[in-house]
Design a protein around this ligand. Structure first.
Ligand code: PGA
Length: 253
């Protein structure tokens, strides 16, 4: 990892106020690993509370609506999550794509509105096992990105990509270091082509999918990997901090 590693916890649909003690523990420990940038995306209901507790870690949302305020019952837009204290938003997660039929076009609209609201964006991409077995993983992932990357808003240093093979999410399976490196190189080439090398160099590419304390160091030592997006293991401060430690050790290799 050349740049400051970025370790982001995605709590998904987990967490009540009882989880604030985990957030506090993560925040306190993050102050000891300043070489690693640590962030957490709790559910909407906890964004403000975690933001008030946290001194060191970044707080983000797991999604936002693409529109301005208005008649959209149950939805929350980018300026609302920013107002609650979020500094970034995760967009295009495979669970959103699957559970809510989110298309690349919708994800693109969300990215534009999030950047306009001043948020940083973590754009997720990743292929199914079927697509990988068919030898189409790279073209599929690059197609997702080509269709979703922002056109109107300059991403400058506010964009992060998370490559998360769907078959590795929550399954205990991880991609091999070679497959991760190859996909990250392909994504980097697309970013260079789309934004130019200077802007692309500021975009970190994270890996996600069953990252745990015991595999973090190996994954994060892959030179193309700029950090990790962590689901299950981010729900316990102990496990999540094991990954932060792995990142700080991988940095020293
Ligand atoms: P996991 O989830 O770490 O539980 O596999 C990763 C993610 O979905 O971001």
């Amino acid at each position: 990892m050349a740049e400051r590693p970025y370790i982001v916890g995605n709590w998904k649909m987990n967490g009540t106020r009882a989880m604030l003690s985990e957030a506090r523990a993560i925040d306190r420990a993050a102050q000891r690993y300043m070489k690693v940038e640590v962030a957490v995306a709790p559910p909407y209901t906890l964004i403000h509370a975690v933001h008030k507790e946290a001194e060191q870690i970044g707080i983000g949302a797991q999604d936002c609506h693409s529109g301005a305020e208005g008649a959209h019952t149950g939805d929350i837009n980018a300026s609302m999550v920013a107002d609650a204290g979020a500094k970034f938003v995760i967009l295009g997660h495979s669970e959103r794509r699957q559970d809510h039929a989110e298309t690349n076009e919708l994800i693109n609209a969300k990215i534009e509105s999030a950047l306009e609201a001043g948020l940083r964006v973590i754009l997720c991409c990743g292929e199914s096992l079927e697509t990988r077995d068919a030898g189409e993983a790279e073209s599929f992932v690059l197609g997702q990105l080509r269709a979703a990357l922002p056109i109107f808003q300059d991403p400058a240093d506010r964009l992060t990509i998370a490559y998360e093979p769907i078959w590795a999410i929550g399954t205990g399976r991880t991609a091999t270091a070679e497959d991760i490196a190859a996909m990250h190189r392909a994504i980097r080439a697309l970013l260079d082509e789309t934004f130019g090398e200077d802007v692309s160099a500021k975009v970190r590419i994270l890996y996600g999918g069953s990252v745990k304390p015991d595999n973090a160091r190996e994954i994060l030592a892959v030179p193309e990997v700029g950090g990790a997006l962590v689901g299950g293991a981010s729900l316990s401060a102990e496990n999540f901090l094991g990954i932060v430690v792995g990142a700080s050790e991988a940095e020293e290799v």
